[in-house]
Design a protein. Structure first.
Length: 281
């Protein structure tokens, strides 16, 4: 009964009559064949609909993504290594923060030497704090030919530009996500930012010319005072000036002692009254 091989006898309800197996099989196959035909028709319609797009894809060259999100240090470093290997003329880099660890400098030296040996020039911007880091000076001396280093007190976030065609910037504070930029307009804008910073920066081997400050207050402490008045916390000040938080707090303590402050709130008032920031107005 389940396979339709029997059906009730129309003349006697107590009996079942056999159905020829070929007829029962046809009854089962008919809806399946109809579904197969319907699906085949649908697949042909899909192929016809996609055909114009397939032709376009086959004729046009592969497109380059204007912005690519790179997640994880492995993928970020691989993309930077690829751009380094393809670079032929110039590398522009902005490296905020203080002196680098020996491990980072060693990797940077290996990568930088490979670039310089191909005749590629490198211009790098650091913060003034690297001037007190012997490892950075040793790195600069090893790459003296083809590499130019300048420093500033404050810098924008990390930036790498290769051959003025591709740039890399961080997308998160912890630098676990980066953006690879290939849009000509974006890259051109970042080059302009770099060039403006470069013009105001001081060559690494030249002395920094600080504006005169009141006796007992250094140029770095004056910069910290400026950021304190703007409302920045210790972590933010340290990051912007390329020093660790402990060094930053030591400078704040010296600034407080010089101005006679006993609290952070009083320090802001005394900074304003001292006139040490009048040169910024």
């Amino acid at each position: 009964m389940d396979f339709a091989l029997l059906h009730p006898d129309p003349d006697d309800a107590d009996w079942l009559r056999p159905v020829p197996p070929s007829a029962a099989l046809a009854q089962w196959l008919h809806p399946i064949e109809r579904e197969i035909q319907e699906r085949r028709r649908h697949s042909l319609e899909l192929a016809e609909s996609f055909e114009p797009f397939m032709d376009i894809s086959a004729q046009d060259p592969p497109t380059t993504h204007a912005i690519t999100v790179l997640e994880g240090s492995t993928r970020i470093n691989a993309a930077i290594d690829a751009a380094t290997a393809e670079c032929h003329t110039e590398v522009l880099t902005v490296q905020p923060g203080g002196g680098r660890s020996e491990d980072i400098l060693s990797k940077g030296l290996e990568r930088g030497k490979a670039v310089v040996d191909r005749g590629v020039s490198i211009r790098t911007l650091y913060q003034h704090t690297v001037r007190h880091h012997q490892g950075t000076f040793a790195y600069a001396e090893r790459l003296a030919e083809g590499v130019t280093i300048r420093t500033l007190e404050e810098l924008v976030e990390r930036l790498l530009i290769f051959d003025r065609t591709v740039a890399f910037i961080p997308a998160q504070d912890d630098r676990t996500v980066a953006l690879e930029l290939r849009h000509p307009g974006l890259v051109s804008y970042l080059i302009s930012v770099f060039e403006q910073l470069w013009q105001t920066a001081t060559p690494l081997l030249e002395d920094i010319r600080y504006e005169p400050t009141p006796v007992g207050i250094s140029g770095v402490q004056r910069s910290i005072a400026h950021l304190l008045v703007e409302g920045h916390v210790d972590d933010s000040i340290a990051r912007r000036l390329g020093m660790n938080v402990r060094t930053c707090r030591a400078h704040i303590a010296k600034l407080s002692a010089t101005l006679g402050s006993t609290s952070r709130a009083q320090l802001g008032f005394l900074i304003a009254r001292s006139g040490i920031l009048d040169q910024d107005s």
